[in-house]
Ligand binder design. Structure first.
Ligand SMILES: Cc1ncc(COP(=O)(O)O)c(C=O)c1O
Length: 406
């Protein structure tokens, strides 16, 4: 079943924020998406039905145990993981990324190398850069003017000394989709771990961690129509031996080994509901089939809106578009970043915000690519992100707004 304009209009009825704010165009998805009613209901229902702690010998506690196990299993299916035992939850992707780097850092020796990229969000750089304090050497894959990572530089910097490569699946600043196949091949050759930040990728493309063959993958529920919960996939066996920060009384097995304290049960059940909501737009006999079908068709819809917008906005005098283009055959996230004339991104976003158009400005914590592109001093980028509930009409409004500003 294709996902068309009619489906999009129908889906908008599921999002209370869109009904409540008919004048607002939420084109800020890369910063966080809106949530459908079923997600809000799922969160509220945990508080109404089983707002107690886990592992008790009484019914509401057994119910919350059941919901947490279901959530792990549903998120595992979303990511193509073999089971819920591969899925850990945390406060945010950044928190889990710090927890992971602290644990892996303890296994590294002075002069071991870790590789990050110039394109990534700080959430996939800062925790690894911090390992320099332990004598680990952290190197960076260079970003090209085109908005893509330099494959030759990647190949040159993955050496027998490399113990881990942390790379984004897609850039939240420029919409680039990275060559993860190359990253896996190169890291395999030297026995290095591969850590993928899929925060920007997860809302737009089906994910199959087993096909990606990664060791760890992180994403964040609030980018794919859920609440604020970080998700960590660990390859079976990858977490079990890691010296994570944890209490002596805590379950040392995966996936609990890296989780700290009591989790946000209501929000985690909300993530489960978000995945099932996405799946409700697909067809197939299993949840996995429905997820992949829905994501494939939503992705095509978002791509066509983003391509139209990209083609139109780059023709406006004074506008410069950053990141790879929408060439046929290129996988590209539906995220378009621009600068326009003399106006800073903040001035443009403020003027558009007054017209009810929600777009982000600045570096969106992707400070390194913005700096490398020489845009830091001029206030960064104006970023438009397209979600499953966005329409061509909203993008037309944005184009008119940008034309006036330029
Ligand atoms: C690509 C990317 N990675 C990591 C993060 C950090 O995610 P979180 O807010 O869950 O820590 C973000 C958030 O915007 C992001 O876009």
């Amino acid at each position: 079943m294709a996902y068309t304009r009619e489906h999009c209009l129908r889906c908008r009825q599921d999002f209370p924020a869109l009904i409540k704010n008919p004048g607002l165009a939420f084109l800020d998805g890369p910063g966080g998406s809106q949530v459908p009613r079923v997600v809000i209901d799922a969160i509220a229902d945990v508080y109404a039905s089983c707002n107690v702690n886990t592992h008790g010998n009484f019914a509401p506690s057994q119910e919350v145990d059941r919901r947490m196990a279901t959530a792990r299993s549903v998120v595992a299916t979303f990511l193509g993981a073999p089971s819920g035992a591969c899925i850990s939850f945390g406060q945010s992707m950044t928190t889990l990324s710090f927890n992971l780097s602290a644990a892996i850092g303890r296994t590294l020796k002075k002069d071991d190398e870790v590789l990050v990229t110039q394109l990534d969000h700080e959430g996939n750089r800062g925790p690894w850069l911090g390992l320099q304090e332990r004598g680990v050497i952290v190197r960076e894959v260079q970003l090209l003017e085109s908005g893509e990572l330099d494959p030759a530089d990647m190949a040159a910097k993955i050496t027998p000394r490399t113990k881990l490569f942390a790379i984004g699946a897609s850039a939240n600043s420029l919409g680039t989709v990275n060559d993860l196949g190359l990253a896996r091949r190169l890291t395999r050759e030297v026995g290095a771990l591969l850590v993928i930040d899929a925060v920007h990728y997860a809302p737009h493309f089906p994910i199959d961690v087993q096909a990606l063959d990664c060791d760890f993958l992180l994403c964040s529920g609030y980018k794919f129509y859920g609440p604020h919960v970080g998700v960590l996939y660990s390859r079976p066996g990858a977490l079990d031996q890691l010296p994570t920060d944890r209490l002596s009384v805590q379950d040392p097995a995966a996936p609990y080994r890296i989780e700290t304290g009591t989790l946000n049960h209501a929000a985690i059940d909300g993530v489960r509901a978000a995945v099932e909501y996405i799946a409700s737009w697909g067809s197939g006999s299993s949840l996995r089939e429905r997820i992949v079908d829905a994501m494939t068709h939503i992705s095509a819809y978002e791509h066509s809106l983003a391509k139209n917008f990209h083609d139109a906005v780059r023709r406006i005098p004074g506008v410069r578009v950053y990141g790879p283009d929408f060439a046929v055959g290129r996988t590209r996230a539906p995220t378009v970043s621009i600068t326009l004339g003399k106006a800073t991104a903040a001035e443009a976003a403020t003027a558009l915000g007054k017209q009810g158009i929600c777009v982000w400005d600045g570096d969106f914590y992707a400070a390194r690519p913005v700096q490398v592109l020489g845009l830091h001093e001029r206030g960064g980028l104006l970023r438009t992100g397209i979600s499953m509930y966005n329409t061509q009409d909203e993008l037309n409004r944005l184009l008119t707004g940008i034309e006036k500003l330029a």
